[in-house]
Structures are given as C-alpha cells and as structure tokens.
Design a protein around this ligand. Structure first.
Ligand SMILES: Nc1ncnc2c1ncn2[C@@H]1O[C@H](COP(=O)(O)OP(=O)(O)OP(=O)(O)O)[C@@H](O)[C@H]1O
Ligand SMILES: [Mg+2]
Length: 245
C-alpha cells in the first residue's frame, strides 16, 4: 500500500506511515480544533517536503484570511502558488451558483492535476447546497410549482449533493482531506452524519477545556488498510503548526 506522508509531526507514525494513497479522509472536529490549520499544513508540507501539488478549496474564509493564517506559522503560500505547487480556491457561494462552483472546481483539478486536496468544509458546502441549491435544482428541472415532488426536501437535496461531491473527489485519484464541522454534542462523526460513512478514513480532533487550558487530542477513528492500534494522542498548536506528541 503506497502511503502519502502528511509531514505533520507525529501523525505519520500514528497512521502506519501516512494516508493510503488516493484515499478520502474526513477531518472532523469542533470549531477552533485546528482543522483548517491541519489542512493547510498538509498541503504546505506536501509541497515543500514531498514536491506534491495541492489545492485548498475554502467556502469559509477569504484569501487574505488564509494568507494571514499561514504567515503565523511561517508558511509562504503565495510563494508556493507562484511555483505552481499550490492553488487556493475561494468560493463565496452566496454570490455564484453552485453549478458554476462545481465547474470551476473540476476545471482546476483537471488542469492543475494536484496530488493533494483539502476541502474546507463539507459542512459549509452542505448548508449552501441545502439552501441555495434546493431552489436551483427546482429551477434547473424547470418544474412548475404544482409539479414539485414533495419528497424532495432541502435536507434530501443536501444529502444527495454531499454524496455526489464526495464520490467526485474520490474519483479524482488524489489524496484528500475533507474537513467537517462537529456539533458540540453528537453521536456522529460529522454534522451531516453521512460523510463519515463515505470516507475511507476519519480523523477526529477533540479539544476539551480543563481549567484555563485546552486539552487537545487526536484520534484516528477509521482508516482503511491501516493498523491504527494506538488510539488517541495529544496534540498542540504551536508557532510551527500542529504538533502531535
Ligand atoms: N500561533 C498559534 N499558537 C497556538 N494556537 C493557535 C495559533 N494560531 C491559532 N491557534 C489556535 O488554532 C485555533 C484555530 O484553528 P483553526 O482555524 O484551524 O480551527 P478550525 O477547527 O478550522 O475552526 P472552525 O471550525 O471555526 O473553522 C484557534 O482557536 C487557536 O486556539
Ligand atoms: Mg476552519
């Protein structure tokens, strides 16, 4: 099994050498867990240490935010973009239709041919799919109001769209981290409750406040083709990014 080294200190040993090539891994955690930093670090290390091209797609932040966030850790993403090792794709779905976002996304993958992809996040994408795309779907189908199938709810459209985008990402032949938000209290591993079943692996970032500090732990909950016997480890966010102990 060929494995893709994340380059994140401590993670590759936890993963039996890295993420199995071409797998789609769900990276799930509550707000502030460090998911975005983790994703950017995976791409920056991939480009710098392993000469692998990466695409970062965000529905959450502006380009300026991403650049500022990475500077904090000494990562020069603009330089990596100039060297054609990285591409940052920012979407403000309220301004464009989901179908045109998808077209742009696919074009980038086709032309840039990245080895790594980070999708930030499937939860935000799901919310847009649920709200905007429900009406788009109705319009695209050219349905008259009286002919709308009432079994088609915004929730069912969202689930269908999430399944479609996940299968599409899997078909690209790259190693992907799909970020998912986790509600404070849940029995599932994602907000949408389906992406964890479609992913080849699930990495969970947990942070529990203890007194005035945060107790952060990382857990590999599922990873195909991988001996993940070790359970959880603690991690910290430092000025070098995520460090796993
Ligand atoms: N230089 C730093 N040193 C230590 N911790 C930091 C540093 N910079 C950011 N952090 C921590 O990282 C957290 C933000 O990380 P990140 O944006 O990756 O979270 P996230 O899981 O993507 O959150 P969200 O779900 O809201 O997008 C902050 O809450 C802070 O605790
Ligand atoms: Mg984030």
């Amino acid at each position: 099994m060929e494995r893709i080294k994340t380059g994140i200190k401590g993670l590759d040993s936890l993963l039996d050498g890295g993420i199995p090539k071409n797998n789609l891994v769900l990276l799930s955690g509550q707000t502030g867990a460090g998911k975005t930093i983790f994703g950017l670090q995976y791409l920056v290390k991939g480009a710098v240490k392993y000469k692998e091209k990466g695409v970062f797609i965000s529905f959450e932040q502006s380009r300026e935010d991403v650049i500022l966030q990475t500077k904090e850790f000494g990562w020069d993403v603009e330089e990596l973009e100039k060297k054609k090792m990285l591409k940052i794709l920012i979407f403000k779905p309220t301004k464009i239709r989901l179908s045109s976002i998808m077209a742009q996304f696919e074009k980038t993958i086709d032309e840039f041919k990245p080895n790594r992809l980070v999708f930030d996040s499937i939860s935000t994408y799901g919310v847009y799919a649920e709200t905007i795309s429900f009406f788009e779907t109705i319009m695209d189908l050219g349905l008259k109001k009286e002919n709308i199938n009432f079994s088609m709810t915004p929730e069912s459209v969202k689930r269908k769209m999430i399944m479609e985008i996940m299968s599409k990402i899997k078909s690209y032949g790259l190693t992907a981290l799909v970020i998912s938000e986790l509600p404070e209290v849940t029995n599932y591993l994602s907000r949408d409750t389906i992406s964890e079943f479609m992913a080849d692996g699930v990495i969970l970032l947990k942070h529990v406040p203890i007194g005035e500090s945060l107790n952060r732990s990382i857990e590999v909950r599922k990873m195909r083709y991988t001996d993940m016997g070790e359970g959880s480890r603690s991690y910290n966010i430092t000025n070098k990014g995520i460090v796993i102990e």
